[in-house]
Ligand binder design. Structure first.
Ligand code: A2P
Length: 275
């Protein structure tokens, strides 16, 4: 195995007793087909034990194919999918996801974004959990105010809020709001969809610690306690992104990266919403 990811994957405890691995493969923007199945298989071969997909990505069938080809038993893999909130029924949509993925249940089922408001879909999410179609339930792209609204009506609190987070999107206010409510913030687009890899500060830190810009960006999130789900369709990059548990950024490195923030430490999930 080329990465140092072993059976004792670093993971974070969730409020409902689940454990979310700190590193996962994200498959946003990988079309359904061979490329997606290969990425999932390679990730498993390289020691990843966490895969993050969504109904809106349209690639759950290929994720399922990759899971089967990876040769790792289902109970060792942490699998996330997301409810597409353009639909009405989280349970029916999850049942369809499970058929596409070829599994009996997922580990985490997330409302992909708060379209139509932050609370209407939650009873359906709780029902999916009661039916044991998912181990945990959570949200994505929820602001601090939306989390507060949800907390008022939830029987089971969301375990996770998956948010756009990296040094340039250093949503300190939102991370704090999540932690206050016992919700684990999870970082998507940790590499800024690749755009932050060439940044001079990121490169300077990378040079100083003898690592790659991608490893530095991922490690920054990890040290702040946020699990990361970098996307790549290249085996060597998937491998590179997995080698983040054998070095540390100094407090100075952490601060220098944090200072790249362009959000003013916001508690909003997005600068612009797309729904
Ligand atoms: P590719 O899939 O062609 O490898 P994010 O996770 O923030 O969305 O970033 C994903 C983007 O970053 C993708 O375009 C991906 O390209 C690229 N990427 C992922 N890992 C690396 C890496 N280690 N080095 C360079 N580019 C990477």
């Amino acid at each position: 195995m080329a990465t140092n990811l072993t059976s004792d994957q670093p993971a974070v405890d969730l409020s409902d007793g689940g454990r979310l691995p700190m590193l996962g493969l994200g498959v946003w923007q990988i079309p359904d087909g061979r490329e997606c199945a290969d990425a999932v298989r390679w990730a498993l071969e390289l020691g990843y034990r966490h895969i993050d997909t969504a109904q809106a990505y349209g690639n759950e069938s290929s994720v399922g194919e990759g899971l089967r080809a990876g040769g790792v038993s289902r109970d060792e893999i942490y699998l996330t999918t997301k409810f597409y909130p353009g639909e009405k029924d989280p349970v029916a949509e999850l049942e369809a996801s499970l058929r596409r993925l070829g599994v009996d249940a997922v580990d985490l089922y997330i409302i992909h974004w708060p379209q139509g408001g932050p609370t209407w879909a939650w009873p359906g999410m709780e029902r999916a959990r009661e039916l044991e179609l998912t181990r945990s339930i959570g949200v994505s792209n929820f602001s601090a105010a939306e989390l507060d609204q949800l907390a008022e009506v939830a029987t089971v609190m969301p375990a996770v809020n998956q948010i756009q987070f990296n040094p340039f999107r250093n949503r300190a206010g939102l991370v704090e709001a999540c932690q206050r409510l016992g919700i684990v913030p999870e970082a998507y687009s940790p590499l800024g969809t690749g755009q932050h890899l060439a940044d001079p500060t990121v490169r300077a830190v990378a040079e100083r610690v003898g690592r790659t810009p991608a490893q530095v960006l991922l490690r920054w999130c990890i040290q702040l306690g946020l699990p990361v789900i970098p996307k790549s369709t290249h085996r060597e990059r998937i491998e590179e992104n997995g080698r983040i548990f054998d070095f540390e950024l100094s407090p100075q490195d952490m601060e220098q990266l944090a200072a790249l923030d362009e959000t003013g430490g916001t508690d909003l999930a997005r600068e612009e919403i797309w729904w």
